[in-house]
Write a protein that binds this ligand. Structure first.
Ligand code: KG4
Ligand code: ZN
Length: 350
């Protein structure tokens, strides 16, 4: 089964062709980073307009890269939640138009489900380990940070064990980078600078770090960094690198420890990372270091599968299509996820 995936939930326009074994036949991503960089974050109206400009060329490029035409595709999967509604609508309308014109089945995909299943994508690395169900997944992106237990590739077979009570981990990287004058998006540049810094020269504490709870909080550490900047502790490049190193160490230690603790508690042997923050080298290292002595296998997707892409949407869609699921022309775009949420923003379980 070959599925065309379409993604436009935030600031990446994507189209991809993926089969139900996870093999990526084409994966085209047009990034809008340059559009939003001057504003230090994603501007929703600009995102919608840029998706409109790029959706057709991106779709054409993906079909041409996979050397197929629409008639050879078995179904179309599109991100319809969560995200910026104006941005989502561009992909949803394009997917509906194509599905209607070519007479193909259509399924909506929850973007978060795409991140959770991204570890199943095969990009020419046929030997890479495939995670086994059930697994514990740490999903850490710019908009969401949660730890899930996943029993099957279905939204209703996924349980949120804990999530952030406030900012997402990626959001914290972006805000800290902005405070330090490092530009947007913050994750990659903080990752790079942290490698040259000395974390022990800066005192930062991650909230809820010692607690056994899989719930997290990342807004307090951003406030601590803001205070350091106000005190002039990040004036030189070397000082800035030290702050990056301390911030990254605190955040990745919490993410890694809570993820592995959740896997131990759930009695599962597999841990999966997903979302843009899974691209972070220190996070990857910490998770691997904690997992190895406990006999836990870790699946970390390659960079292109961690950040937003349509291949993960196509694969999540292939799982729905292969179960015979279909959506109608009344499929709507919505800002909220369909995944179970137990952690309340602001704190406490639902
Ligand atoms: O999954 P993603 O591409 O988009 C969302 O669905 O949000 O994640 C983007 C987020 C941004 O906050 C970005 O700063 C962060 O992932 N990110 C990183 C790294 N690369 C991207 N965070 C830490 N370290 C990285 N190397
Ligand atoms: Zn994402």
């Amino acid at each position: 089964m070959l599925v065309l995936g379409v993604e436009s939930s935030c600031d990446e326009t994507g189209a991809a062709l993926v089969d139900d074994a996870g093999r990526v036949h084409a994966d085209v991503v047009h990034s809008q980073v340059h559009v939003h960089a001057p504003y230090g974050g994603v501007v929703p109206e600009l995102a919608s307009r840029d998706h409109l400009r790029n959706i057709e060329p991106v779709l054409r490029a993906a079909l041409s890269e996979a050397r197929v035409d629409l008639a050879q595709v078995d179904g179309i999967a599109v991100t319809n939640r969560p995200g910026l509604v104006g941005a989502l609508l561009v992909g949803v309308q394009a997917a509906k138009g194509l599905a209607w014109a070519a007479g193909k089945p259509l399924v909506g995909v929850d973007h978060l489900m795409g991140h959770v299943l991204a570890a199943f994508l095969r990009r020419g690395d046929a030997d890479a380990a495939v995670p086994c169900f059930p697994f514990v997944c740490l999903l850490a992106s710019g908009g969401h940070t949660a730890i899930y237990r996943v029993d099957a590739p279905r939204v209703d077979a996924l349980r949120e064990l804990g999530a952030t009570r406030d900012d997402a981990a990626g959001e914290a990287f972006d805000k800290v980078a902005k405070l330090l004058g490092l530009g947007y998006p913050g994750g990659p540049v903080v990752d790079r600078l942290a490698a040259t810094g000395n974390a022990s020269r800066v005192k930062l504490s991650a909230p809820m770090a010692s607690s056994d709870s899989p719930e997290m909080s990342f807004s307090g550490i951003k406030t601590q960094v803001s205070r350091l900047v106000g005190q002039g502790q990040a004036r030189t490049e070397a000082d800035t690198a030290d702050v990056c190193a301390a911030f990254q160490a605190a955040v990745t230690a919490v993410l890694a420890r809570k993820t592995i603790a959740a896997a131990v508690r759930e009695g599962v042997d597999d841990v999966v990372l997903g979302g843009g923050v899974a691209a972070n080298r220190e996070l990857r290292r910490r998770v691997l270091d904690l997992a190895a002595p406990r006999g836990i296998r870790v699946a970390i997707p390659p960079l292109a599968s961690c950040t937003d892409n349509a291949a993960m949407i196509a694969y999540a869609g292939a799982m729905r299509l292969s179960r015979g699921e279909r959506d109608g022309w009344d499929l709507v775009a919505t800002s909220r996820t369909a995944l179970e949420r137990t952690t309340r923003k602001g704190g406490g379980r639902r």
